[in-house]
Design a protein. Structure first.
Length: 181
């Protein structure tokens, strides 16, 4: 399966809200960054500690906006932005509970996405959308890498290490590599 392609199809289908449950925030953010670059759509990420920040080709292009740290501040920012973008809201789940004002703002973003072209991705370890938002959403499952992918990651890291250490090689036995994977 090509998970990046699947996520790209969800984004291209203009589903306004996407839920990704994962403990691997950095891995998921990197995949979304690559997709946003391929789709030529700016990517923004939000955390309660840093606020909203813009990414382009994996590099932060704009300093985090501290005034957008609060969920009630970031949602109007998204709604008022006129360029279609991908907005990743990390650990937003606590702000959806018993918060009709927040839910309504998200619903307005989802309804307006037909004209704005925004995709809002909720990235949390666990998240259930309120019933009012489920109709506008899709879930994307990000499975753990299989043994072959893990071995490729290990080999890439070993190659990277060799390049930064004057061509020294990482040497191991196949059985040790298999145990590590």
């Amino acid at each position: 399966m090509n998970h990046a392609r699947d996520l790209s199809l969800i984004i291209q289908s203009r589903i306004p809200l996407v839920v990704i449950e994962s403990h691997e925030e950095q891995r998921v953010l990197e995949m979304i960054r690559r997709q946003s670059a391929a789709l030529k759509k700016p990517m923004y990420s939000w955390t309660v500690t840093q606020g909203l920040k813009c990414h382009d080709r994996g590099y932060m292009m704009q300093a985090p906006r501290q005034e957008t740290c609060k969920p009630e501040a970031v949602l109007p920012e998204i709604r008022n932005h006129r360029t279609p973008g991908i907005y990743v809201l990390c650990d937003f789940h606590p702000y959806l509970e018993n918060a009709p004002h927040i839910v309504r703002q998200i619903k307005e973003i989802a309804i307006g996405s037909e004209h704005l072209g925004h995709t809002v991705i909720f990235l949390s370890a666990r998240l259930e959308l309120p019933e009012d938002l489920v109709h506008y959403s899709a879930r994307f499952d990000m499975p753990m890498p299989d043994a072959g992918a893990i071995e490729r990651i290990i080999r890439e890291e070993a190659d990277q290490w060799a390049r930064t250490h004057q061509g020294l090689k990482v040497v191991t036995h196949r059985s040790t590599l298999k145990k590590l994977v």
